[in-house]
Design a protein around this ligand. Structure first.
Ligand SMILES: *[C@@H]1O[C@H](CO)[C@@H](O)[C@H](O)[C@H]1NC(C)=O
Ligand SMILES: *[C@@H]1O[C@H](CO)[C@@H](O)[C@H](O)[C@H]1NC(C)=O
Ligand SMILES: *[C@@H]1O[C@H](CO)[C@@H](O)[C@H](O)[C@H]1NC(C)=O
Ligand SMILES: *[C@@H]1O[C@H](CO)[C@@H](O)[C@H](O)[C@H]1NC(C)=O
Ligand SMILES: *[C@@H]1O[C@H](CO)[C@@H](O)[C@H](O)[C@H]1NC(C)=O
Ligand SMILES: *[C@@H]1O[C@H](CO)[C@@H](O)[C@H](O)[C@H]1NC(C)=O
Ligand SMILES: *[C@@H]1O[C@H](CO)[C@@H](O)[C@H](O)[C@H]1NC(C)=O
Ligand SMILES: *[C@@H]1O[C@H](CO)[C@@H](O)[C@H](O)[C@H]1NC(C)=O
Ligand SMILES: *[C@@H]1O[C@H](CO)[C@@H](O)[C@H](O)[C@H]1NC(C)=O
Length: 433
C-alpha cells in the first residue's frame, strides 16, 4: 500500500520531474515522456502525436485557420505526479507562452485525463493578424472514454477532439497514468477507432450488400458506384438483433448501464425493420438525479430513451419518453416521439431486466422490439448492475400456478357436472320405475 501511495506521489511534498534521456532519441516531433516522482518512479507515461488547428478572427473580420504539430522543442516545467487531491499532470510549454497540459484523475477502477490547451494570439508568428490579442484556453477530455486502471491506453488511429475554435488530432498514442510500482502495464485498452477499423469494413460491406439488394430488386436501375445514401433495407431481417452493452459516465464514473438488442419496426407503405448493430452503435446522453437520457445512434438511426424518477414515496423510475429518428434519404427523415410512456418500471437503486422479447409501442406506426434487456438509469455503483427487478413476462413462476390452478378448477367443474348429471339420471330412473 505504501509503495502505491508513494507511486501516486500523494504523500510526497517536493514533487520532482525527471524526463527520460532527452527527446533526441525519440521520434521527431512526437511527445514521448515519463513523469517521475522523487523516488524516480514513473507515475505517468505518454507517447503521442498531436496536430493542432486553431481558427481565429483577423483584423479584417475574417477567420483564418492556423495548423501545426505540437513541436518537439518543449518545456515541461509544472509537470508533477500530483498529491493527495490531484493526479499526475504533464505540462508542456512551447513557443510564445503556449501550453498544452494533460492532467489525470482516477476514480474506482478507471482513469481519464483532461487536456487544457492555452494559446497566445500575441504570437505574431502563428497569429500575425489576430484581431484580439491574449491568451485563450480550451479544454477537453482525453482519452475520450475513461480507461481501465492498470492498463495502457493505445490508439494508432487519429482521434479528433474539438473544443471551441480548436481542433486537435491525436494519434499514435501509448499512455498510462497511475502506473503500478512505476511499471508500464502489459494490458492494453485499445481505442474504439482502432477496433472500428474492422467494423468499418463490416458496415461498408453491409451498405454494399444493401446496394446490391436494391439493384437486384430494380434491375433496370443504372449501377451507381458509390451512392451517398443507399436505400434502407425494407426486407424483414429474420434474425433478432445482436445484444449490445452501453454505458454513460459522468466525470469518468459510470452512471448509466444498458444491455439490449434493439430493433425498429416502422410501419409505412413498406414496413421498415432495422436492427441496431452493437459494433457500430454509439451511446451518448446524460445522467441526472431525476432524469437520465440514453441515446443510441447507429448509422442513420437514432433512439432516445428518457428515464424519469416518479414522484412517489418509494422512488421508482420508468421509461417515460422515446424518440425515434431515421434518416431515410437525403430529404426524408422519419421521426416519432412519445412523452407519456410508462415502461420498465422499477425502484431507484435497482435495475430492470427482461429476458423475453418485449415490444414497446411508441406511436401506432413506430415500435421498438427489445431483446435481452437489462438497464439501470440511476444510482449505478461501481460500474455494476444492482439487483434486477424482472418483467412480468419473465415470471414463469407466476404462470405455472395459474396454469395448474386453472387445470384444477376445470377438473373440479367436470367432477361436479358429472356428479350432478349422475344424480339426475338416477333420480329420473327411480321415477320411471
Ligand atoms: C531514474 O531512472 C532512470 C531509468 O530507470 C535512470 O536512467 C536515472 O538515472 C534514474 N535517476 C535517478 C536520479 O535515480
Ligand atoms: C499534421 O500536421 C502536419 C503539418 O501541418 C501535416 O503534414 C500532417 O499531415 C498532419 N498529420 C495528420 C495526421 O493530420
Ligand atoms: C495538490 O496539487 C494541486 C495542483 O497541482 C494544487 O493546486 C493543490 O494545492 C495541491 N494540494 C495539496 C494539499 O498539496
Ligand atoms: C411490425 O409491426 C407490424 C404492425 O404492427 C406487425 O404486423 C409486425 O408483425 C411487426 N414486425 C415485427 C418483426 O415486430
Ligand atoms: C460484431 O463484431 C464481432 C467481432 O468483430 C463479430 O463477430 C460480430 O458478428 C459483429 N456483429 C454484427 C452484428 O455485425
Ligand atoms: C410530488 O410530490 C410533492 C411533495 O413531495 C407534492 O407536493 C406534489 O403534489 C407531487 N406531484 C405529483 C404530480 O404527484
Ligand atoms: C426527437 O429527436 C429529434 C432529432 O434529434 C429532434 O429534432 C426532436 O425535437 C425530438 N423530439 C422530441 C419530442 O424530443
Ligand atoms: C428529394 O428532393 C429532390 C429535389 O431536391 C427530389 O427530386 C426528390 O424527389 C426528393 N425525394 C423524395 C423521396 O422526396
Ligand atoms: C403515447 O403512449 C401512450 C401510452 O402507450 C398512448 O396512450 C398514446 O396514444 C401515445 N401517443 C401517441 C402520440 O401515439
Amino acid at each position: 500500500m505504501d509503495a502505491r501511495l508513494s507511486l501516486f506521489g500523494r504523500f510526497l511534498f517536493p514533487l520532482a520531474l525527471l524526463l527520460l534521456d532527452g527527446s533526441v532519441l525519440f521520434q521527431t516531433r512526437a511527445l514521448d515522456v515519463e513523469v517521475r516522482d522523487e523516488d524516480n518512479m514513473t507515475c505517468l507515461y505518454a507517447k503521442l502525436m498531436v496536430n493542432i488547428s486553431i481558427k481565429y478572427e483577423t483584423q479584417e473580420d475574417t477567420y483564418k485557420t492556423v495548423a501545426f504539430m505540437l513541436p518537439s522543442a518543449l518545456r515541461y516545467d509544472g509537470s508533477t505526479c500530483g498529491n493527495e487531491t490531484s493526479g499526475p499532470m504533464l505540462a508542456v510549454e512551447f513557443g510564445d507562452e503556449h501550453s498544452w497540459v494533460i492532467s489525470f484523475a482516477e476514480k474506482a477502477d478507471i482513469y481519464q485525463g483532461i487536456i487544457t490547451f492555452t494559446y497566445n494570439t500575441n504570437d505574431a508568428q502563428l497569429f500575425p493578424d489576430a484581431k484580439r490579442m491574449g491568451l485563450v484556453t480550451v479544454s477537453a477530455n482525453y482519452p475520450p472514454e475513461a480507461v481501465k486502471l492498470d492498463t495502457v491506453y493505445s490508439c494508432r488511429s487519429i482521434e479528433t477532439i474539438e473544443s471551441d475554435n480548436v481542433v486537435q488530432e491525436i494519434w499514435d498514442v501509448t499512455l498510462q497514468a497511475f502506473l503500478d510500482q512505476g511499471a508500464q502495464s502489459n494490458i492494453e485498452t485499445v481505442c474504439d477507432k482502432d477496433i472500428v477499423v474492422t467494423t468499418t469494413v463490416i458496415s461498408t460491406m453491409r451498405i454494399t450488400a444493401l446496394a446490391v439488394t436494391a439493384a437486384a430488386n430494380t434491375p433496370t436501375a443504372p449501377p451507381t458506384p458509390e451512392p451517398p445514401l443507399p436505400p434502407l433495407p425494407t426486407l424483414v431481417p429474420v434474425e433478432p438483433p445482436a445484444t449490445g452493452s452501453y454505458s454513460l459516465s459522468d466525470h469518468s464514473v459510470t452512471c448509466l448501464l444498458a444491455t439490449l438488442g434493439l430493433q425498429l419496426n416502422i410501419s409505412q407503405k413498406v414496413p421498415l425493420i432495422i436492427n441496431f448493430n452493437p459494433n457500430t452503435t454509439v451511446a451518448s446522453g446524460s445522467c441526472g438525479s431525476q432524469v437520465s437520457v440514453l441515446t443510441l445512434t447507429d448509422d442513420r438511426c437514432k433512439v432516445d430513451f428518457v428515464f424519469a424518477v416518479k414522484n412517489t414515496t418509494i422512488e421508482r423510475f420508468s421509461l417515460t419518453e422515446v424518440n425515434i429518428t431515421v434518416i431515410e434519404s437525403k430529404n426524408a427523415t422519419l421521426n416519432a416521439a412519445n412523452r407519456s410512456l410508462d415502461y420498465w418500471d422499477a425502484t431507484v437503486g435497482s435495475s430492470y431486466m427482461c429476458r423475453k422479447e418485449e415490444t414497446l409501442a411508441v406511436t401506432p406506426g413506430y415500435k421498438l422490439n427489445i431483446f435481452d434487456l437489462k438497464v439501470q438509469p440511476f444510482d449505478v455503483k461501481d460500474n455494476q448492475y444492482a439487483t434486477a427487478q424482472e418483467c412480468l413476462l419473465d415470471d414463469d413462476a407466476v404462470l405455472i400456478p395459474i396454469v395448474v390452478g386453472a387445470a384444477l378448477a376445470a377438473l373440479i367443474v367436470m367432477i361436479v357436472v358429472a356428479y350432478v348429471i349422475g344424480r339426475r339420471k338416477s333420480y329420473a330412473g327411480y321415477q320411471t320405475l
